[in-house]
Design a protein around this ligand. Structure first.
Ligand SMILES: *[C@@H]1O[C@H](CO)[C@@H](O)[C@H](O)[C@H]1NC(C)=O
Ligand SMILES: *[C@@H]1O[C@H](CO)[C@@H](O)[C@H](O)[C@H]1NC(C)=O
Ligand SMILES: *[C@@H]1O[C@H](CO)[C@@H](O)[C@H](O)[C@H]1NC(C)=O
Ligand SMILES: *[C@@H]1O[C@H](CO)[C@@H](O)[C@H](O)[C@H]1NC(C)=O
Ligand SMILES: *[C@@H]1O[C@H](CO)[C@@H](O)[C@H](O)[C@H]1NC(C)=O
Ligand SMILES: *[C@@H]1O[C@H](CO)[C@@H](O)[C@H](O)[C@H]1NC(C)=O
Ligand SMILES: *[C@@H]1O[C@H](CO)[C@@H](O)[C@H](O)[C@H]1NC(C)=O
Ligand SMILES: *[C@@H]1O[C@H](CO)[C@@H](O)[C@H](O)[C@H]1NC(C)=O
Ligand SMILES: *[C@@H]1O[C@H](CO)[C@@H](O)[C@H](O)[C@H]1NC(C)=O
Ligand SMILES: *[C@@H]1O[C@H](CO)[C@@H](O)[C@H](O)[C@H]1NC(C)=O
Ligand SMILES: *[C@@H]1O[C@H](CO)[C@@H](O)[C@H](O)[C@H]1NC(C)=O
Ligand SMILES: *[C@@H]1O[C@H](CO)[C@@H](O)[C@H](O)[C@H]1NC(C)=O
Length: 546
């Protein structure tokens, strides 16, 4: 959809220069932490990411000993505080601890003059087993300093451990967390695909439950994957507008080359996307904490407890005839593993396995010539696996794992492809049950409408309007709370590229956010921005701080 990759849209000028540092933020619920608990805060790292390409920050992190027994904490959070002044692209940040990716973020694009700053608190309580051991903590934030790019990301990362007490019990934790990652010790542990990421993993033979979490985001020719055009129609798109391989993307987890589960990814828009001035000071949903995807791998326990290594693969595929994608996606994953109290091996059988290698998809459209097409891609994915699992201590569990997902993407191009519209719908119902009790549940709907219009054939200025939502009812695994998140964001803006000069832009960004969870926490925020200023901000619910 873009003349150049959206990462190349830079902010170098402000419509109405602010008098002080612009405080950027993402709309999300406050962290669920016991504010009255004893806290131990540790400085994990402090680093100015200037020319940092290939030079991640690698530090040793030890668990604190003065907030109760190690591993008994009620919660753990990370506080990432960043400031930047100058001109710079949005950059991806990969937080890795003990070779496990635990948070994927991206940066706000700065402006020159007063600069921008933000703080984001990330709940990492679900990774307590990793934080209970000393280990290597890595932040990869590949930044470039070169002609025209001088923004240095000055970062500080603190970890806070909250002591547990009768009022605030220890966070639930798995017995083991196993990475599906590159295992690199000097950089972020995500892999660039294609080709696929594969890792041989040997599980303890008394494993009784396994829950996967997948990280996946498009980059380069795949950053705006939802605007990529089906190959059948791609010859009608003028050079430099977008890429081929269609818009459908499915992230797959394979075990010994068989599909174990999939994710239809949420379309994250980074702060250089479409019209960078729309994301000041409010990021698109998911840009600062990228959504992750949860699968129940428990039904595969019967084949994984034989003491042998098994091949876990993460890939990203399209709906094109050979399923290939462009370069690239960054992926990684982890397994939360629950062991039986008995050391005796688990046994069992997979009693039903119904999963096609690829989603069912169809491409259709209308071709009226160069730059004048309609393209429609529709896809469905159904997976159903059942198993009987017998633990060493004699517990018999019947596991049912079902994924039922739908996707459609309708794109129109007019006026030599300078007028573009997109309507994407992605939804699904993912459930697993263990003897009838829900273990993983993810009912989601990610509607995404975007219009993009170049105002002049030189492709130097354009307007865009976006209306997208993140509606998700999620139980990631039985160790965590069930949550409901409903976020709708509507934005519009204008952008003018001035080669060799100062770019110009404006934008509005309206948000309706609602959160509730199975512990009774609620939070609602209405917040609107126009041209860098907050025009409405209302908070309510029992998590509201104001
Ligand atoms: C996060 O850390 C910054 C310093 O890096 C500090 O100023 C700020 O108060 C912290 N925020 C919270 C909520 O702990
Ligand atoms: C930002 O950098 C510019 C120079 O590029 C400098 O003039 C300005 O004072 C800086 N602003 C802050 C808030 O440090
Ligand atoms: C990092 O990995 C490399 C290559 O696998 C290995 O040679 C090196 O010893 C490792 N370093 C540390 C500190 O573990
Ligand atoms: C199960 O694993 C344990 C620990 O690795 C090993 O000692 C034992 O022999 C294994 N049992 C079987 C039946 O594979
Ligand atoms: C269509 O767009 C392409 C690339 O943007 C441009 O090179 C070409 O001249 C345009 N054609 C017409 C008829 O405007
Ligand atoms: C692991 O799976 C991948 C993807 O299916 C395959 O390409 C690779 O050859 C497999 N590796 C092994 C060791 O079986
Ligand atoms: C898949 O198809 C695309 C588009 O036709 C082509 O560029 C690519 O080389 C093919 N890849 C493989 C592995 O066949
Ligand atoms: C698994 O299947 C085998 C062969 O049919 C059977 O002997 C065994 O009892 C089954 N185990 C379970 C836990 O269902
Ligand atoms: C999701 O699927 C489950 C089991 O197939 C069904 O019971 C439930 O009603 C579905 N939920 C929604 C919201 O469609
Ligand atoms: C868009 O750019 C063209 C030429 O590049 C200019 O004539 C036109 O006025 C610009 N539109 C706006 C709204 O600035
Ligand atoms: C995009 O344009 C179409 C046609 O003008 C309009 O119906 C739709 O509401 C627009 N979508 C957005 C997100 O502005
Ligand atoms: C944004 O700037 C453009 C170009 O100057 C202007 O046409 C438009 O009216 C501005 N948008 C708003 C909402 O003021």
């Amino acid at each position: 959809m873009f003349f150049l990759n959206s990462l190349l849209f830079l902010w170098t000028w402000l419509l109405s220069p602010s008098k002080c540092v612009l405080e950027d933020f993402a709309v999300t619920q406050p962290p669920l932490v016991p504010v009255d608990a004893r806290q131990c805060t540790i400085l994990v790292l402090q680093r100015d990411f200037a020319f940092s390409f290939g030079s991640a920050e690698v530090v040793q992190l030890e668990p604190p000993t003065s907030c109760g027994p190690i591993g008994s904490w009620a919660a753990i959070t990370l506080n990432f505080t960043v400031s930047v002044n100058g001109t710079q692209f949005d950059r991806l940040g990969i937080f890795t601890f003990q070779n496990v990716e635990i948070w994927r973020t991206s940066t706000f694009e700065p402006t020159r003059g007063d600069g921008v700053a933000w703080t984001y608190i990330k709940d990492v309580s679900q990774y307590t087993p990793l934080f209970s051991e000393p280990g290597v903590f890595i932040l990869q934030l590949d930044n470039l300093i070169q002609t025209g790019l001088d923004g240095i990301y000055s970062t500080t990362l603190h970890a806070t451990y909250y002591a547990s007490s009768p009022n605030h019990p220890p966070a639930n934790k798995a017995d083991l967390i196993i990475p599906i990652s590159t295992l690199a010790n000097d950089t972020g542990n995500d892999a660039s695909v294609p080709p696929a990421l594969s890792r041989a993993i040997t599980l303890p033979n008394n494993t009784v439950q396994i829950y996967a979490e997948l990280f996946a985001s498009g980059n380069g020719q795949e950053e705006d994957w939802y605007f990529n055009v089906a190959n059948e129609f791609f010859p009608e798109i003028p050079d430099g507008i977008t890429f081929g391989q269609g818009s459908f993307r499915e992230v797959r987890l394979l075990i010994d080359n068989q599909v174990a589960g999939v994710a239809f990814p949420y379309p994250v828009i980074f702060t250089g996307g479409f019209v960078p001035s729309m994301w000041r000071p409010i990021a698109a949903h998911g840009a600062i904490e990228l959504p992750t995807y949860f699968l129940d791998v428990t039904p595969f326990v019967p084949i994984l407890v034989d003491g042998n290594p098994h091949n876990f693969t993460i890939d990203v595929v399209s709906a094109e005839s050979n399923h290939t994608i462009n370069q690239n996606w960054f992926v990684s994953g982890l397994l939360q593993v629950v062991l039986d109290s008995s050391p005796l091996p688990t046994t069992g059988n997979i009693t039903r396995y119904e999963a096609d290698p690829f989603a069912k998809a169809s491409v259709s459209g209308t071709d009226r010539g160069i730059g004048d097409i309609d393209v429609n891609i529709e896809a469905t994915r159904f997976l159903h696996v059942e198993s009987d699992i017998v633990s060493g201590s004699g517990q018999v569990t019947h596991v049912v794992w079902i994924q039922d997902l739908q996707y459609s993407n309708f794109q129109t191009y007019r006026n030599n492809a300078t007028v573009q519209t997109l309507q994407q719908r992605s939804s699904g119902n993912i459930t697993s049950s263990h003897n009838g009790v829900p273990a993983v549940a993810d009912v989601f709907s990610y509607p995404f409408d975007a219009n993009f219009t170049y105002l002049f054939p030189d492709l130097q200025n354009w307007t865009s309007t976006i209306d997208h939502s993140y509606n998700r009812s999620l139980l990631p695994n039985p160790l965590r709370l069930a949550t409901i998140t409903m976020e709708r964001q509507t934005t519009s803006g204008f952008f003018q590229l001035v080669p060799g000069g100062t770019n110009f832009g404006n934008g509005t960004n309206n948000n309706t956010f609602e959160y509730l969870d199975s512990a009774g926490n609620t939070y609602r925020r209405l917040v609107n921005a126009a041209f860098n200023n907050i025009t409405l901000d209302e908070e309510s619910g029992n998590l509201a701080v104001n």
